[in-house]
Design a protein around this ligand. Structure first.
Ligand code: COS
Length: 385
């Protein structure tokens, strides 16, 4: 894959940082279900939390490919670190950049781009996952403020975030407006009525805190309404188009780490008197693993380039996320098989990679939702990249 000099430098920076400060600790963070906030701060210092934000808002103003290659490197070391970086860069900061007022950009976007404030995104609810526009969290005007009541779920980094982009209904029960009755609010944990609820105990991505948030008449100033009332769902969908590129890069990082581990193991492990890489059964697996990763990455990078040309990423972003996440699940499954019994225990890395891969087929839109989006787009706006 050809990278420009800048993209190659960013990749090297991310790889060195991940090797020194993430990879040595990833198994322990996974075991202890904790992610040290200092690591997020370090990511901020290096610019990894402001990669797509223009320099005028204190970001690095890089192209999308630079961001995705850095994300892949971080994910190859630890998918939990990568999801914090992906959500922060793709969702709340992009929503502020594209739909926020200058005052909101000054107050929130700039410190987020510098990595001083961590961002989260909150759309899903216990009964509104794939059917996101069925969400029920309600915002009601009260003087110059809004009062938010409801429960949000599956909030990545929700317990450590400083700024959370929350989608809530602003229509009324007697005049429901579907997806047009949803608005986006900038929420900070200091608001009265904000509560962090249950922390999920997950199969993978165990270091990344995934929590419920409860709002109990939480008072949100009107100045924290993002953009126009009633546009929150569209803003969220547009941001998820880009978020899905980040999850694709995360999936590729997981898959590549599994391939690298498998190549090494197949060389060292001897059975029947020779390294197992000499058996065709293993060679075919390794070949297919490499081919699936390369194909998914090629589509992702082509999509990133088309995004930077100003084209819509709805179709190819969903395709990229679908192919990369399914590649990650398939590749990590083969990796466990190549390692055999050793793949099933925690002494080797592929057990964690297998667990971490699964969620990439679920969050920021399941594989089934990606297929729905792709099928719709093929009819609506097919164009070649
Ligand atoms: N970009 C811009 N606008 C979009 C959009 C996109 N990618 N997708 C939808 N919209 C707009 C539509 O154009 C429509 O606007 P109008 O009211 O002007 O027509 C509005 O949003 C509603 O869209 P639609 O009718 O397609 O909404 P649906 O309820 O049918 O939902 C899906 C569409 C299923 C694609 C959506 O709910 C979805 O992506 N679900 C998965 C949610 C998800 O990824 N959750 C994970 C959160 S992170 S853990």
């Amino acid at each position: 894959m050809h990278l420009t000099d800048t993209q190659a430098e960013i990749k090297e920076l991310a790889r060195n940082f991940a090797a020194a400060e993430i990879a040595p600790h990833a198994a322990q963070w996974d075991r202890e279900e904790c992610f040290p906030i200092d690591v997020a701060r370090r990511m901020g210092e290096l610019g990894f939390l402001g990669m797509l934000i223009p320099e005028e808002y204190d970001g690095l103003g890089l192209d999308t490919t630079s961001y995705l290659v850095a994300l892949e490197e971080i994910a190859a070391a630890d998918a939990s670190a990568a999801v914090l970086m992906s959500v922060h860069n793709s969702l709340p900061t992009q929503m502020l950049l594209h739909f926020g007022s200058e005052a909101q950009k000054e107050q929130y976007l700039k410190p987020m781009a510098r990595g001083e404030l961590i961002g989260a995104f909150s759309l899903s609810e216990p009964d509104a996952g794939s059917d996101a526009s069925a969400l029920r969290c309600q915002a009601v005007r009260d003087g110059g403020d809004w009062l938010l009541t409801g429960t949000k779920s599956w909030v990545t980094s929700g317990s450590l975030a400083d700024v959370i982009m929350v989608m809530a209904r602003t229509d009324t029960p007697d005049a429901r407006r579907g997806s047009r009755g949803i608005s986006a609010f900038i929420v900070t944990p200091d608001l009265s009525g904000f509560h962090v609820g249950k922390k999920e105990e997950k199969m993978g991505l165990r270091a990344s805190p995934t929590v419920q948030l409860t709002f109990d008449g939480m008072r949100v100033p009107d100045a924290n309404l993002l953009g126009e009332e009633g546009q929150g769902f569209v803003y969220a969908m547009r941001s998820l188009d880009n978020g899905r590129l980040g999850i694709a890069a995360q999936a590729l990082g997981i898959a590549r780490a599994a391939l690298d581990a498998s190549l090494g193991y197949a060389e060292e492990r001897k059975q029947f008197g020779k390294p197992i890489r000499e058996f065709e059964a293993i060679q075919f697996k390794l070949a297919d693993m490499g081919a699936r990763i390369a194909a998914a990455r090629a589509l992702l990078h082509a999509t990133a380039a088309s995004k930077d040309r100003g084209e819509s990423t709805t179709l190819y972003g969903s395709m990229s996320k679908l192919l990369a996440s399914e590649a990650a699940m398939w590749v990590t499954t083969q990796a466990v098989q190549i390692f055999g019994g050793y793949g099933y225990i925690k002494d080797y890395p592929v057990e964690k990679l297998f667990r971490d891969a699964k969620v990439t087929e679920i969050y920021e839109g399941t594989s089934e939702i990606q297929r729905i989006v792709i099928a719709r787009e093929l009819y609506n706006s097919y164009h070649s990249i």
